[in-house]
Write a protein that binds this ligand. Sequence first.
Ligand SMILES: Nc1nc2c(c(=O)[nH]1)N[C@H]1C(S)=C(S)[C@@H](COP(=O)(O)O)O[C@H]1N2
Ligand SMILES: [Mo]
Length: 228
Amino acid sequence: MPTKEDKIVAARMALMERFKKRMAETPALSDGAPMGTGSKNRHGMPQLPPGQHETKGWPVLDLGWQPEIKTADWELVVDGAVEHPMKLRWDDFLALEQSEDVSDFHCVTTWSRFDVPWKGVRFADLAAVVAPKADATHVLCHAYDSYTTNLPLEEALKPDVLLVHTADGKPLPREHGGPVRMITPQLYAWKGAKWIRRIEFLTRDKPGYWEVRGYSNSAHPWREDRYA
Ligand SMILES: Nc1nc2c(c(=O)[nH]1)N[C@H]1C(S)=C(S)[C@@H](COP(=O)(O)O)O[C@H]1N2
Ligand SMILES: [Mo]
């Protein structure tokens, strides 16, 4: 019997096959050169990355189950190729410098949500505290649902990459990855782990859950860089 997760993976793999054909049929799109955050990501225009449509709602995408982590039990481990590995509890996390931003959210399954107001900790601010070693090049983010996703440090350190605990002015709902998830506004949203529990700094790249299943390693929406 296929599990719920097997069915979700099968559906997503079918979608990947659909896009692979289209990608082979269309010429490469040039880089939209997104800069900064929020609507600046769109050059001030209500512009969607190629192949995306706007949704006013906020769909839920995950592996079919949503871990419930109370803030009292929540822990974030930051380790690997860093000078100061640490384990943060909820109060430690809230004691870090807090940032607000407004940015877009692009899911590879073709929906985009514009102008989401977020609050949380910049990945770059957390990285500064743990001090990546000189040879650190990538991170692998691990989540409480066993999901993983990888990022090169140069993407993770962009100023709009946040570990968010608040969205739309409210605590991040469990179904969207609360208490804390990562967001990667300049990449497809699968690069942002919901229910994040560990950030592992690496000295070489290591593909995550969807990346080992054929999703693009780089995941750039403006290049319609969906699948490898
Ligand atoms: N832990 C975890 N994070 C995840 C996923 C997941 O299955 N598990 N799915 C990714 C995908 S494919 C997308 S599009 C976004 C969806 O976030 P949302 O459910 O808040 O819209 O989360 C990403 N992060
Ligand atoms: Mo997604």
